[in-house]
Write a protein that binds this ligand. Structure first.
Ligand SMILES: *Cc1c(COP(=O)(O)O)cnc(C)c1O
Length: 492
């Protein structure tokens, strides 16, 4: 690596780029050797790095050495085959290549004219994915709706809250914001609450309805119905409801059809409640015909979201959002300053995605989704999902065979919720026991799992979905869990 590094030089990019790809490929080759959950202490890095930026240039060699010795120890390896925490966040060769190409072209595609291909490819690829998911035609870009890539599910729900809020306020007058009510269940992702905070929804009008433990933590339609009726009777204005396919805690699936009908009927066809479906994780499974049933009722929805960056081999970030009425988004989020005016936009011939999202600037993220869809194809993607679900089934069977443990909610996709049973008649001890088990398992570095609370019970979550995970990793992880459990139980 001789000579000054220029800001941009094709030959230097080739040379350094090859080195970086080699470095990353070696990382993946050795990924099983790292502790999955980083074991560093808070503030570890400040002790290892200088206080100020270097005045003179350093070499890539020096930087890569620091990456190896100082950065990687502080990385939690989401791509490790022994990663089973939260939900997966896939990378893939295709996703990586798309990300690389996007970084290579490095355009900022806020309006169509700033890179027509970026806007048009995004529309086409999201239409492809909508068709793979069998979303109703109203979500396609050929009608009044369409898809857009957001950074995250959190941004997706934020923009639809804003669109729904402004749509209802145009009807009832903006002074009525204090009356607007949002509904979700106590299993809905916290990103909805954040969106409401940003969107100026009154905190006292944020209704967190209790999901039904006897329905495996899905929301009962009666619960929604009663809450909406009650609020309408007191003069409030129900305007937004979020259902989930695959909740974060336990992959519960809300009954979309019945819930969606309530949202429509209660408020009357013309001023209906905006119905958003969050399928951030489980949406990917719905490309398989045998799981598409979980989406039944999506016809009733106004918007639908799935994270291609979770379980769809698309490197972070890539969250696909579809709406039936794109004009609602645009009316909330568009601006038209002089310095951005151009013929195509003025004549309304094109989509300008800046008007569908919070920031102005946007990356060429459709490239990676396009490459994933093309380089794998739907058949391979379905097989990929099914394989993870089979591996999760295997784990579920292993747990079920061990009398010391219990499965807490039936597995639907690739997440298994389970716990270690406390010693007889000592339920009070169960939460601490499982908390301790989580800690001891994760501090082995051999695998990484996470937890949740369901009906005040501390539950362990084992989410299969990393691209490199094979049967041997499931079996190995279970062995570690059993060993750590035996140690803990012997101390009881
Ligand atoms: C992961 C997840 C989210 C949040 O995802 P981000 O893309 O990180 O904002 C929202 N909803 C559900 C159901 C999720 O599983």
């Amino acid at each position: 690596m001789e000579g000054e590094l220029k800001p941009m030089d094709a030959e230097q990019l080739r040379e350094y780029g090859h080195k970086m790809v080699d470095f990353i490929a070696d990382y993946y080759k050795n990924i099983e050797n790292f502790p999955v959950l980083s074991q560093v202490q808070p503030g570890y890095l400040r002790k290892l790095l200088p206080e100020t930026a270097p005045t003179h240039s350093e070499t890539l060699q020096d930087v890569l050495e620091d990456v190896q010795t100082k950065i990687l120890p502080g990385v939690t390896h989401w791509q490790s085959p022994d990663y089973f925490a939260y939900f997966p966040s896939n990378s893939s060769v295709a996703g990586f290549l798309g990300e690389m190409l996007s970084a290579g072209i490095n355009m900022v595609g806020f309006s169509w004219i700033t890179s027509p291909a970026a806007t048009e490819l995004e529309m086409i690829v999201l239409d492809w994915l909508a068709k793979a998911l069998k979303l109703p035609d109203e979500f396609l870009s050929t009608g009044q709706g369409g898809g857009v890539i957001q950074g995250t599910a959190s941004e997706a729900v934020l923009v639809v809250i804003l669109a729904a809020r402004d749509k209802v306020l145009r009807r009832v007058g903006k002074d009525a914001i204090s009356k607007l009510v949002v509904y979700c269940s106590d299993q809905t992702h916290s990103s909805l609450q954040k969106a409401c905070q940003i969107g100026g929804i009154y905190p006292e009008n944020f209704r967190v309805l209790k999901a039904d433990p006897s329905r495996d933590y899905a929301l009962s339609p009666d619960t929604l119905s009663e809450a909406v009726s009650h609020d309408m009777a007191t003069g409030l204005i129900p305007f937004f409801f979020c259902a989930t396919i695959g909740t974060t805690s336990s992959t519960a699936v809300d009954p979309l059809l019945e819930l969606g009908k309530i949202a429509k009927v209660k408020s009357g066809e013309s001023n209906s409640i905006w119905f958003h479906v969050d399928a951030a994780y489980a949406g990917s499974a719905c490309i398989c015909p045998e799981y598409r049933g979980y989406m039944n009722g999506v016809e009733e929805a106004d918007s639908f979201n799935m994270n291609a960056h979770k379980w769809f081999l698309t490197n972070f970030d890539c969250s696909a959002l579809w709406v039936k009425d794109r004009s609602a988004l645009i009316q909330s989020l568009s601006t038209n300053p002089e310095y951005l005016k151009n013929k195509a936009s003025q004549e309304n011939l094109v989509v300008d995605y800046k008007d569908w999202q919070v920031p102005l600037g946007r990356r060429f993220r459709s490239l990676k989704l396009w490459m994933v869809l093309r380089l794998y194809g739907l058949e391979k993607l379905q097989a990929y999902i099914r394989n993870h679900i089979e591996l999760a089934k295997l784990f579920e069977e292993l747990v079920a065979q061990d009398k010391r443990f219990e499965i807490v909610t039936p597995r639907k996709f690739s997440l298994v919720c389970f716990r270690l049973l406390p010693p007889p008649s000592n339920e009070d001890y169960a939460n601490k026991l499982n908390h301790d088990l989580l800690d001891s398992v994760n501090s082995t570095g051999k695998l990484f799992i996470s937890h949740t609370l369901l009906s005040d019970r501390y539950i362990l979550r084992f989410a299969v979905g990393a691209p490199l995970t094979e049967e041997r990793h499931i079996v190995g992880a279970w062995k570690v869990l059993q060993d750590e459990a035996a140690t803990l139980l012997s101390k009881c």
